[in-house]
Design a protein around this ligand. Structure first.
Ligand code: PA5
Length: 447
């Protein structure tokens, strides 16, 4: 079972303050379940896992099999919600040194289209030279510049290197049913394609083909991922009592802290494989809550690494933060600290103990120190880094995010602020249709 422990926030906000949010949480859940809240045309994610058809899962597995059979490397092109979910799940399960391991049973998974770095794209093209690579092009709008630019380069290299026929076989599109350039291109070229449902926004799309296809190509179990999410769906629905509904408790706890002046939430992990899970979480909460001049600022650290950098700030900096720790109960492998006759490093007191025991004591020691230092601490315990549990964790955070957005009285499903930079970039690049904005910006820059 995934567990949420809020006992270590109770010196900062009272149990009564958390409990006082129960009626608001109830209303928020009702809005999500009845589709009566703001942005309710984007709540398709709520029942995705339980309603994904066996036909869709089979089609995803079949497309994954084609890519696995014909490619040693697969590049996933996408940004934001069309990137972070797949990256988070794949990183969570991959061998830490997978890029360096020669004898592979799974294709190397690479990502592009999430930046506009010329050097990144050059180095990627060099790496791909001579390799049997394929591409998964993911864009809901089908018009995102970063992704479209990378895909244009990848498509050309794939066709040049592998021939048009093979390129058609190993390029897959995941996009809208009918709108956008990615759809036009997929239809014209005859690529295998999957649809991102209209009612699922980018950051809530990891359990659609957007996340499922890359995860299946990488060799991980999408049935278990979906099963975990579907089970969490049942465990967090409106009929579950508040205290037992972990998404409700987490949402109430973080909002009680926010209302008491804790404006920054730091998501903490003690397993480096969760680094990108935190990136996914940051996008989910940042884009969902940060609007109308409101919202908890979501940040993240990888411990114990960052205890040696951000640890100082967290222990003694401005007291406007709280931590949410994802704690993984059991690790996959066993490494015991060896005994050393000379004991030059003085570590014999650890001899015969598991490295994970040291990690767990670092975790507990950090929690005690940070709480003493004025940092409330929420703890989410996950049994293991496995597909089923990650599916649960994904849905747990999505549901809590929807509830939190409504507690804040914002629309958790739009992201109007993301457009501002795009408009300026297009104007500065003289994109047709942006002439007036371009003239205004040029005048501003020349001042
Ligand atoms: O969450 C979102 O909606 C965004 O982060 C999008 O996923 C991101 O901007 C990419 O958009 P698209 O899939 O249309 O290329």
């Amino acid at each position: 079972m995934i567990k949420v422990d809020i006992s270590q926030i109770l010196g900062f906000v009272s149990e009564t303050e958390v409990k006082a949010l129960e009626p608001e949480v109830k209303v928020a859940i009702e809005k999500l379940e009845k589709g009566t809240g703001e942005g309710s045309d984007y709540i398709g994610w709520m029942n995705l896992a339980s309603e994904t058809s066996p036909e869709l899962v089979s089609a995803i597995k079949a497309a994954a099999a084609v890519l696995r059979e014909n490619c040693d490397t697969v590049v996933v092109a996408g940004i934001g919600g069309s990137y972070l979910g797949a990256k988070a799940v794949i990183e969570a399960f991959s061998n830490s040194f997978s890029q360096l391991i020669q004898d592979k049973s799974n294709p190397t998974m690479l990502f592009a289209g999430h930046n506009i770095s010329e050097d990144y794209l050059y180095e990627l093209s060099q790496y791909l030279k001579g390799r049997r690579f394929g591409v998964i092009n993911i864009s809901k709008s089908g018009t995102t510049t970063e992704t479209a630019l990378a895909f244009r380069l990848l498509k050309k290299q794939c066709e040049d290197q592998r021939g048009k026929d093979m390129a058609r076989k190993v390029i897959v599109a995941i996009t809208d049913t009918s709108r956008g350039a990615a759809r036009t291109c997929a239809d014209k070229e005859g690529y295998t394609s999957f649809i991102i449902p209209d009612n699922v926004g980018g950051r809530y799309s990891v359990l659609t083909p957007v996340g499922l296809l890359p995860v299946a190509v990488a060799g991980y179990d999408i049935d278990a991922l979906l099963k975990g999410a579907a089970d969490m769906e049942a465990m967090t629905n409106g009929n579950v009592p508040f205290e037992e509904n972990i998404s409700a408790v987490y949402a109430a706890a973080r909002n009680a802290l926010y209302r008491s002046g804790k404006k920054i939430e730091i998501l903490v992990n003690f397993q480096p494989k969760l680094h990108y899970f935190s990136e996914w979480w940051k996008q989910l909460y940042g884009e969902s809550e940060g609007k109308d001049n409101k919202g908890i600022y979501p940040s993240s650290v990888d411990f114990s690494t960052d205890l040696h950098s951000m640890g100082q700030w967290i222990q003694q900096g401005e007291r406007t933060i709280f931590e949410t720790v994802i704690s993984i109960d059991s690790v996959k492998h066993s490494v015991l600290v060896p005994s050393d006759e000379e004991n030059l490093d003085g570590l014999n007191f650890l001899a015969g103990r598991h490295v994970d025991e040291v990690n767990k004591m670092a975790e507990l020691g950090t929690q005690l120190a940070h709480v003493d230092g004025g940092v409330p601490n929420i703890r989410i315990t996950v049994p293991a880094l496995e597909e089923y549990w990650l599916g649960q964790l994904i849905y747990f955070f999505e549901k809590a995010c929807g509830i939190s957005g409504y507690l804040l009285q914002v629309n958790p499903f739009n992201q109007p602020g993301v457009e501002a930079y795009k408009k300026n970039m297009f104007a500065l690049l003289d994109k047709p249709g942006y002439e007036a904005e371009s003239a205004a910006l040029q005048a501003r820059i020349r001042k």
